[in-house]
Ligand binder design. Sequence first.
Ligand SMILES: Nc1ncnc2c1ncn2[C@@H]1O[C@H](COP(=O)(O)OP(=O)(O)OP(=O)(O)O)[C@@H](O)[C@H]1O
Length: 254
Amino acid sequence: MDLVLETKNLKKEYGSKGMVFTAVDNIDLNVYKGEFLGIMGPSGAGKTTLLNMLSTIDRPTSGEIYYEGKNIGHMKNRELSIFRRNNVGFIFQDFNLLDSMSVEDNIALPLALSKVDSKEIKDKVKRLSKFFGLDDQLRKYPYQLSGGQKQRVAAARALITSPSVVFADEPTGALDSKSSSELLQCFSRMNQEFNTTVIMVTHDAFAASYCKRILVIKDGKIHAKLDKDETRKEFFKRILDLLASMGGGVDELI
Ligand SMILES: Nc1ncnc2c1ncn2[C@@H]1O[C@H](COP(=O)(O)OP(=O)(O)OP(=O)(O)O)[C@@H](O)[C@H]1O
């Protein structure tokens, strides 16, 4: 399997002398092409801090991050922002769509910013909107969509640059259970059909059960790892069992 993302001794500290708090504590991680990786853990465990460093939004205090073997720590801010635009897709809990733009323009935005040929943009928007069941929504504006539709627009936008990795931070957090299931099925399909690598932070064991592998983070460290080698329902039960066995501080995850 091809290694897409690798970290070595990844650390993030907040504060200054005498008052240092370690949010992510020496994490070593390998993520392979086509993985659907879930990151779980109690509130304050360091999940978002880890995700922000992996997705290049934030820089580590120490340690290394390699994308397809390339150390991104040496990149200057401008180079890093171009790298991010071309290699990383984002899906946030609150969608982050631009209200003044149509669905079509929201999906196309990352390519429009990269000055890609308009025919190529149209073709890609068409293909992805079909995949996400949004063909009839392209002329609408975000306020005219349901939460589930908005999140599928965000997913299409995240995929349009064919990124190495798509990061999703609590993508089902603002959705009802039916929309959550639909979105997670889309994630599984995009993972299978496009071989997209997805890294998703979630509190929700049901959402996590769609992943192929789960890391549970606690106090900034990897506390447990789970690989899916059974049906989704059986995996869901195993996740619940693990979280229950962890006891204090993880009740909120269940
Ligand atoms: N900018 C910051 N300055 C200081 N401390 C921070 C900062 N950002 C995060 N922290 C602390 O780092 C720890 C990890 O935060 P993080 O947001 O990564 O946790 P999380 O696992 O994503 O939590 P949640 O599930 O509640 O979103 C927390 O104790 C938090 O208070």
